[in-house]
Design a protein around this ligand. Structure first.
Ligand SMILES: C[S@@+](CC[C@H](N)C(=O)[O-])C[C@H]1O[C@@H](n2cnc3c(N)ncnc32)[C@H](O)[C@@H]1O
Length: 353
Protein backbone atom coordinates (compact mmCIF):
# COMPACT_ATOMS: atom_id res chain seq x y z
CA UNK A 1 0.00 0.00 0.00
CA UNK A 2 1.39 3.40 -0.95
CA UNK A 3 0.23 6.72 0.40
CA UNK A 4 1.45 10.15 -0.54
CA UNK A 5 0.45 13.00 1.74
CA UNK A 6 0.07 16.57 0.61
CA UNK A 7 -0.96 19.64 2.60
CA UNK A 8 -3.52 20.63 0.04
CA UNK A 9 -7.07 20.89 1.32
CA UNK A 10 -9.58 19.98 -1.31
CA UNK A 11 -12.52 22.30 -1.12
CA UNK A 12 -15.89 21.84 -2.67
CA UNK A 13 -15.39 23.06 -6.19
CA UNK A 14 -18.12 24.10 -8.52
CA UNK A 15 -17.06 22.75 -11.81
CA UNK A 16 -18.70 24.29 -14.84
CA UNK A 17 -18.77 21.71 -17.55
CA UNK A 18 -19.85 22.57 -21.04
CA UNK A 19 -21.71 19.52 -22.18
CA UNK A 20 -22.46 19.10 -25.84
CA UNK A 21 -25.57 17.50 -27.19
CA UNK A 22 -26.42 15.96 -30.46
CA UNK A 23 -28.94 17.72 -32.64
CA UNK A 24 -31.38 20.04 -30.87
CA UNK A 25 -34.67 21.26 -32.27
CA UNK A 26 -32.94 24.45 -33.39
CA UNK A 27 -30.28 22.44 -35.18
CA UNK A 28 -32.91 20.43 -36.96
CA UNK A 29 -34.67 23.54 -38.30
CA UNK A 30 -31.39 24.80 -39.72
CA UNK A 31 -30.47 21.43 -41.02
CA UNK A 32 -33.70 21.14 -43.05
CA UNK A 33 -32.97 24.37 -44.88
CA UNK A 34 -29.35 23.65 -45.58
CA UNK A 35 -28.37 22.70 -49.10
CA UNK A 36 -24.82 21.55 -48.43
CA UNK A 37 -24.50 20.18 -44.88
CA UNK A 38 -20.87 19.32 -45.23
CA UNK A 39 -19.92 23.01 -45.45
CA UNK A 40 -21.48 23.94 -42.11
CA UNK A 41 -21.51 22.61 -38.62
CA UNK A 42 -25.10 22.10 -37.46
CA UNK A 43 -24.09 22.12 -33.78
CA UNK A 44 -22.41 25.52 -34.17
CA UNK A 45 -25.40 27.01 -35.92
CA UNK A 46 -27.75 25.89 -33.16
CA UNK A 47 -25.47 27.20 -30.40
CA UNK A 48 -24.95 30.53 -32.15
CA UNK A 49 -28.68 30.99 -32.66
CA UNK A 50 -29.26 30.48 -28.94
CA UNK A 51 -26.46 32.89 -28.02
CA UNK A 52 -27.97 35.60 -30.22
CA UNK A 53 -31.19 35.20 -28.23
CA UNK A 54 -29.14 35.49 -24.99
CA UNK A 55 -30.26 32.01 -24.00
CA UNK A 56 -28.17 29.25 -22.51
CA UNK A 57 -27.94 25.92 -24.19
CA UNK A 58 -29.85 23.24 -22.30
CA UNK A 59 -26.71 21.15 -22.33
CA UNK A 60 -24.69 23.51 -20.10
CA UNK A 61 -24.49 21.64 -16.84
CA UNK A 62 -23.10 22.61 -13.50
CA UNK A 63 -21.53 19.67 -11.75
CA UNK A 64 -21.12 19.91 -8.02
CA UNK A 65 -17.98 18.11 -7.01
CA UNK A 66 -18.30 16.37 -3.66
CA UNK A 67 -15.71 17.16 -1.03
CA UNK A 68 -12.89 14.63 -0.89
CA UNK A 69 -9.65 14.62 1.10
CA UNK A 70 -7.97 11.90 -0.91
CA UNK A 71 -8.63 9.84 -4.01
CA UNK A 72 -9.04 6.09 -3.68
CA UNK A 73 -7.96 3.43 -6.15
CA UNK A 74 -9.05 -0.19 -6.34
CA UNK A 75 -6.75 -2.51 -8.28
CA UNK A 76 -7.80 -6.07 -9.13
CA UNK A 77 -6.89 -9.09 -11.20
CA UNK A 78 -10.22 -10.18 -12.63
CA UNK A 79 -11.65 -11.06 -15.99
CA UNK A 80 -13.35 -7.92 -17.37
CA UNK A 81 -16.86 -9.40 -17.24
CA UNK A 82 -16.40 -10.74 -13.73
CA UNK A 83 -15.41 -7.25 -12.57
CA UNK A 84 -18.16 -5.43 -14.47
CA UNK A 85 -20.83 -7.68 -12.90
CA UNK A 86 -19.70 -6.44 -9.48
CA UNK A 87 -20.08 -2.75 -10.36
CA UNK A 88 -23.42 -1.04 -9.64
CA UNK A 89 -25.38 0.60 -12.46
CA UNK A 90 -24.85 4.34 -13.18
CA UNK A 91 -21.80 4.57 -10.92
CA UNK A 92 -18.89 5.37 -13.25
CA UNK A 93 -18.11 8.65 -15.06
CA UNK A 94 -15.51 7.45 -17.54
CA UNK A 95 -14.36 4.11 -18.92
CA UNK A 96 -10.93 4.00 -20.54
CA UNK A 97 -11.10 0.85 -22.64
CA UNK A 98 -8.03 -0.42 -24.46
CA UNK A 99 -9.08 -3.96 -25.35
CA UNK A 100 -7.08 -6.79 -26.90
CA UNK A 101 -6.74 -6.07 -30.65
CA UNK A 102 -7.32 -9.65 -31.82
CA UNK A 103 -4.07 -9.72 -33.80
CA UNK A 104 -2.26 -12.36 -31.79
CA UNK A 105 0.08 -9.88 -30.07
CA UNK A 106 0.05 -12.06 -26.95
CA UNK A 107 -1.80 -15.09 -25.66
CA UNK A 108 -4.67 -12.82 -24.55
CA UNK A 109 -5.00 -11.43 -28.04
CA UNK A 110 -6.72 -14.22 -29.99
CA UNK A 111 -10.48 -14.72 -30.29
CA UNK A 112 -12.77 -17.15 -32.13
CA UNK A 113 -15.58 -14.63 -32.09
CA UNK A 114 -14.25 -11.20 -31.11
CA UNK A 115 -17.45 -9.20 -31.37
CA UNK A 116 -19.50 -11.77 -29.46
CA UNK A 117 -16.96 -11.51 -26.65
CA UNK A 118 -16.74 -7.70 -26.89
CA UNK A 119 -20.53 -7.29 -26.84
CA UNK A 120 -20.55 -8.69 -23.28
CA UNK A 121 -18.37 -5.88 -21.92
CA UNK A 122 -19.97 -3.25 -24.14
CA UNK A 123 -23.43 -4.03 -22.70
CA UNK A 124 -22.06 -3.99 -19.14
CA UNK A 125 -20.16 -0.75 -19.79
CA UNK A 126 -23.35 1.03 -20.82
CA UNK A 127 -25.03 -0.19 -17.64
CA UNK A 128 -22.31 0.99 -15.24
CA UNK A 129 -21.84 4.43 -16.82
CA UNK A 130 -23.67 7.34 -15.22
CA UNK A 131 -25.90 9.50 -17.40
CA UNK A 132 -23.08 12.03 -17.86
CA UNK A 133 -20.68 9.16 -18.58
CA UNK A 134 -18.28 8.50 -21.44
CA UNK A 135 -16.39 5.52 -22.78
CA UNK A 136 -13.35 5.68 -25.05
CA UNK A 137 -12.39 2.57 -26.97
CA UNK A 138 -8.89 2.27 -28.42
CA UNK A 139 -8.21 0.23 -31.51
CA UNK A 140 -7.31 0.16 -35.13
CA UNK A 141 -8.69 -0.97 -38.43
CA UNK A 142 -6.84 -4.16 -39.19
CA UNK A 143 -5.93 -5.61 -42.53
CA UNK A 144 -8.61 -7.93 -43.90
CA UNK A 145 -6.71 -11.09 -43.07
CA UNK A 146 -5.52 -9.84 -39.67
CA UNK A 147 -8.93 -8.64 -38.51
CA UNK A 148 -9.99 -12.27 -38.14
CA UNK A 149 -13.14 -12.36 -36.09
CA UNK A 150 -13.21 -8.63 -35.37
CA UNK A 151 -11.55 -5.28 -34.70
CA UNK A 152 -12.60 -1.70 -33.92
CA UNK A 153 -14.61 -1.60 -37.17
CA UNK A 154 -16.78 -4.44 -35.88
CA UNK A 155 -17.15 -2.68 -32.54
CA UNK A 156 -18.28 0.50 -34.33
CA UNK A 157 -20.87 -1.46 -36.32
CA UNK A 158 -22.07 -3.15 -33.17
CA UNK A 159 -22.38 0.19 -31.34
CA UNK A 160 -24.29 1.80 -34.21
CA UNK A 161 -26.82 -0.98 -34.54
CA UNK A 162 -27.04 -2.63 -31.11
CA UNK A 163 -26.27 0.05 -28.52
CA UNK A 164 -27.96 3.23 -27.33
CA UNK A 165 -24.61 4.89 -26.68
CA UNK A 166 -23.83 7.71 -29.12
CA UNK A 167 -20.63 8.31 -31.04
CA UNK A 168 -19.27 11.77 -30.11
CA UNK A 169 -15.89 11.74 -31.83
CA UNK A 170 -13.57 9.41 -33.65
CA UNK A 171 -10.22 10.66 -32.42
CA UNK A 172 -7.21 10.02 -34.61
CA UNK A 173 -4.14 9.52 -32.47
CA UNK A 174 -1.36 10.41 -34.91
CA UNK A 175 2.28 9.63 -34.19
CA UNK A 176 5.45 10.13 -36.21
CA UNK A 177 7.27 7.11 -34.83
CA UNK A 178 6.22 3.73 -36.17
CA UNK A 179 7.20 0.68 -38.19
CA UNK A 180 8.29 0.95 -41.80
CA UNK A 181 6.35 -0.77 -44.60
CA UNK A 182 6.99 -1.65 -48.24
CA UNK A 183 3.74 -3.13 -49.52
CA UNK A 184 1.49 -0.33 -48.18
CA UNK A 185 1.67 3.13 -46.56
CA UNK A 186 3.30 2.81 -43.16
CA UNK A 187 0.75 3.12 -40.37
CA UNK A 188 0.98 6.28 -38.26
CA UNK A 189 -2.31 6.43 -36.43
CA UNK A 190 -4.56 4.62 -34.04
CA UNK A 191 -8.21 5.36 -33.43
CA UNK A 192 -9.94 6.25 -30.19
CA UNK A 193 -13.73 6.01 -30.47
CA UNK A 194 -15.55 8.19 -27.94
CA UNK A 195 -19.10 7.21 -27.05
CA UNK A 196 -21.39 8.93 -24.54
CA UNK A 197 -24.18 7.24 -22.62
CA UNK A 198 -26.61 10.17 -23.09
CA UNK A 199 -26.61 13.59 -24.67
CA UNK A 200 -25.77 15.09 -21.25
CA UNK A 201 -22.24 13.81 -21.38
CA UNK A 202 -19.35 15.64 -19.69
CA UNK A 203 -16.92 17.43 -21.95
CA UNK A 204 -14.58 19.86 -20.18
CA UNK A 205 -12.96 21.56 -23.14
CA UNK A 206 -11.28 24.23 -20.99
CA UNK A 207 -9.32 21.54 -19.17
CA UNK A 208 -7.60 20.44 -22.38
CA UNK A 209 -7.29 23.60 -24.46
CA UNK A 210 -3.88 24.14 -26.07
CA UNK A 211 -2.41 27.64 -25.50
CA UNK A 212 -1.80 29.75 -28.60
CA UNK A 213 1.77 30.87 -29.15
CA UNK A 214 2.37 34.53 -28.20
CA UNK A 215 2.35 35.83 -31.76
CA UNK A 216 -0.91 34.11 -32.75
CA UNK A 217 -2.52 35.10 -29.47
CA UNK A 218 -1.65 38.79 -29.96
CA UNK A 219 -3.05 38.63 -33.51
CA UNK A 220 -6.28 36.87 -32.46
CA UNK A 221 -6.86 39.26 -29.56
CA UNK A 222 -7.05 42.09 -32.09
CA UNK A 223 -9.63 40.21 -34.16
CA UNK A 224 -13.05 41.52 -33.11
CA UNK A 225 -14.80 38.42 -34.47
CA UNK A 226 -13.11 36.18 -31.90
CA UNK A 227 -14.11 35.82 -28.26
CA UNK A 228 -11.08 37.12 -26.29
CA UNK A 229 -11.86 34.78 -23.35
CA UNK A 230 -11.48 31.78 -25.61
CA UNK A 231 -8.32 33.19 -27.18
CA UNK A 232 -6.86 33.56 -23.68
CA UNK A 233 -7.86 29.99 -22.79
CA UNK A 234 -6.35 28.46 -25.92
CA UNK A 235 -7.55 26.31 -28.79
CA UNK A 236 -9.59 23.14 -29.07
CA UNK A 237 -7.11 20.26 -29.52
CA UNK A 238 -9.34 18.93 -32.38
CA UNK A 239 -9.98 15.27 -33.03
CA UNK A 240 -6.48 14.65 -34.43
CA UNK A 241 -3.95 14.32 -31.62
CA UNK A 242 -0.27 14.31 -32.43
CA UNK A 243 1.35 12.54 -29.50
CA UNK A 244 4.39 10.28 -29.89
CA UNK A 245 4.08 6.56 -29.15
CA UNK A 246 6.28 5.28 -26.36
CA UNK A 247 9.63 4.11 -27.66
CA UNK A 248 11.40 1.17 -26.07
CA UNK A 249 13.64 3.51 -24.09
CA UNK A 250 10.95 6.00 -23.12
CA UNK A 251 11.21 7.11 -19.47
CA UNK A 252 7.51 6.36 -19.02
CA UNK A 253 7.86 2.70 -19.99
CA UNK A 254 7.17 0.14 -17.29
CA UNK A 255 7.40 -2.98 -19.47
CA UNK A 256 3.87 -3.64 -20.74
CA UNK A 257 4.01 -4.37 -24.51
CA UNK A 258 1.11 -2.05 -25.45
CA UNK A 259 1.44 0.68 -22.83
CA UNK A 260 -0.25 3.97 -23.80
CA UNK A 261 1.40 7.39 -23.19
CA UNK A 262 0.22 9.32 -20.12
CA UNK A 263 -0.36 12.34 -22.35
CA UNK A 264 -3.09 10.53 -24.30
CA UNK A 265 -4.79 9.19 -21.17
CA UNK A 266 -4.49 12.55 -19.40
CA UNK A 267 -6.31 14.42 -22.16
CA UNK A 268 -9.12 11.85 -22.03
CA UNK A 269 -9.38 11.94 -18.22
CA UNK A 270 -9.33 15.75 -18.04
CA UNK A 271 -11.91 16.25 -20.79
CA UNK A 272 -14.37 13.45 -20.06
CA UNK A 273 -14.42 13.22 -16.27
CA UNK A 274 -14.16 15.73 -13.42
CA UNK A 275 -12.25 15.91 -10.13
CA UNK A 276 -13.64 13.43 -7.62
CA UNK A 277 -15.46 11.34 -10.25
CA UNK A 278 -14.78 7.66 -10.89
CA UNK A 279 -12.76 6.32 -13.83
CA UNK A 280 -12.78 2.61 -14.70
CA UNK A 281 -10.25 0.66 -16.77
CA UNK A 282 -10.97 -3.08 -17.01
CA UNK A 283 -8.13 -3.81 -19.48
CA UNK A 284 -5.67 -1.90 -17.29
CA UNK A 285 -2.44 -3.39 -18.73
CA UNK A 286 0.32 -1.31 -17.15
CA UNK A 287 -2.05 0.65 -14.89
CA UNK A 288 -1.44 3.95 -16.69
CA UNK A 289 -5.05 5.04 -16.14
CA UNK A 290 -4.65 4.65 -12.38
CA UNK A 291 -1.46 6.69 -12.48
CA UNK A 292 -3.18 9.52 -14.38
CA UNK A 293 -6.21 9.39 -12.06
CA UNK A 294 -3.92 9.75 -9.05
CA UNK A 295 -2.25 12.74 -10.69
CA UNK A 296 -5.53 14.31 -11.76
CA UNK A 297 -7.58 13.83 -8.59
CA UNK A 298 -10.02 11.17 -9.84
CA UNK A 299 -11.00 7.96 -8.05
CA UNK A 300 -10.32 4.83 -10.10
CA UNK A 301 -10.92 1.13 -10.51
CA UNK A 302 -8.37 -0.80 -12.56
CA UNK A 303 -8.31 -4.47 -13.36
CA UNK A 304 -6.44 -6.80 -15.66
CA UNK A 305 -6.59 -10.54 -16.03
CA UNK A 306 -2.82 -10.56 -15.61
CA UNK A 307 -1.23 -10.11 -12.18
CA UNK A 308 1.64 -8.26 -13.93
CA UNK A 309 -0.55 -5.18 -13.50
CA UNK A 310 0.49 -4.95 -9.85
CA UNK A 311 4.22 -4.62 -10.44
CA UNK A 312 3.73 -2.36 -13.49
CA UNK A 313 1.58 -0.08 -11.35
CA UNK A 314 4.21 0.04 -8.60
CA UNK A 315 6.65 1.33 -11.21
CA UNK A 316 4.15 3.92 -12.46
CA UNK A 317 3.53 5.16 -8.93
CA UNK A 318 7.25 5.49 -8.28
CA UNK A 319 7.41 7.87 -11.26
CA UNK A 320 4.71 10.23 -9.94
CA UNK A 321 6.05 13.66 -8.98
CA UNK A 322 3.37 15.29 -6.81
CA UNK A 323 5.20 18.64 -6.74
CA UNK A 324 4.58 19.30 -10.45
CA UNK A 325 0.79 19.09 -10.03
CA UNK A 326 -0.59 22.26 -8.46
CA UNK A 327 -3.77 20.50 -7.27
CA UNK A 328 -2.25 17.20 -6.22
CA UNK A 329 -4.53 15.41 -3.78
CA UNK A 330 -3.29 12.60 -1.50
CA UNK A 331 -4.26 9.14 -2.69
CA UNK A 332 -4.74 5.69 -1.29
CA UNK A 333 -4.47 2.30 -2.97
CA UNK A 334 -7.19 0.19 -1.37
CA UNK A 335 -6.60 -3.35 -0.22
CA UNK A 336 -9.31 -5.90 -1.05
CA UNK A 337 -10.83 -5.59 2.42
CA UNK A 338 -11.08 -1.81 1.96
CA UNK A 339 -12.93 -1.89 -1.37
CA UNK A 340 -16.21 -1.01 0.35
CA UNK A 341 -14.82 2.44 1.12
CA UNK A 342 -14.54 3.14 -2.62
CA UNK A 343 -17.34 5.54 -3.77
CA UNK A 344 -18.57 2.92 -6.25
CA UNK A 345 -18.92 0.18 -3.63
CA UNK A 346 -19.92 2.18 -0.57
CA UNK A 347 -23.66 1.68 -1.17
CA UNK A 348 -23.73 -1.75 -2.86
CA UNK A 349 -20.91 -3.60 -1.16
CA UNK A 350 -18.12 -5.18 -3.20
CA UNK A 351 -18.84 -8.84 -3.77
CA UNK A 352 -15.61 -10.53 -2.60
CA UNK A 353 -16.59 -13.83 -4.24
C1 LIG B 1 -4.04 -3.40 -24.99
S1 LIG B 1 -3.65 -3.95 -23.41
C2 LIG B 1 -3.99 -2.57 -22.36
C3 LIG B 1 -2.81 -1.64 -22.22
C4 LIG B 1 -3.08 -0.45 -21.28
N1 LIG B 1 -4.05 0.44 -21.82
C5 LIG B 1 -1.81 0.35 -21.02
O1 LIG B 1 -1.65 1.43 -21.59
O2 LIG B 1 -0.96 -0.13 -20.27
C6 LIG B 1 -4.93 -5.06 -23.07
C7 LIG B 1 -4.87 -5.73 -21.73
O3 LIG B 1 -6.06 -6.50 -21.56
C8 LIG B 1 -5.77 -7.62 -20.73
N2 LIG B 1 -6.84 -8.62 -20.94
C9 LIG B 1 -7.00 -9.45 -21.98
N3 LIG B 1 -8.13 -10.18 -21.85
C10 LIG B 1 -8.70 -9.76 -20.69
C11 LIG B 1 -9.91 -10.10 -20.01
N4 LIG B 1 -10.74 -11.02 -20.50
N5 LIG B 1 -10.20 -9.47 -18.86
C12 LIG B 1 -9.35 -8.54 -18.33
N6 LIG B 1 -8.19 -8.18 -18.94
C13 LIG B 1 -7.89 -8.78 -20.10
C14 LIG B 1 -4.39 -8.05 -21.17
O4 LIG B 1 -3.72 -8.75 -20.11
C15 LIG B 1 -3.73 -6.70 -21.50
O5 LIG B 1 -2.92 -6.25 -20.44
Amino acid sequence: MTRIKSNLNTKIQRHKEVVNTNLTKTDLIYRKNMANRSRRNTRHIGMNALRKQHKNHASELEIEVKEYQETVHAVMNLDCIELLKKIPSNSVQLIVCDPPYNINLAEWDNFDNYIKWASNWLIESERVLSNTGNIVIFGGFQYQSEAGSGDLLEIMMYMRHQSNMRLVNMIIWYYKNGMSAHRFFANRHEEIAWFAKTKKYIFDLDAVRIPFDQETKALYLKDKRLNPDNVEKGKNPTNVWEIGRLNGNSLERVGHPTQKPTEVIRRIVRAMSYPGSVVLDFFAGSGVTTRVCIEEGRHSIASDISTDLNSYLDQHIAKIKPDIFSNFVPFKLLTKTEFNSHPVFSKYKFDQG
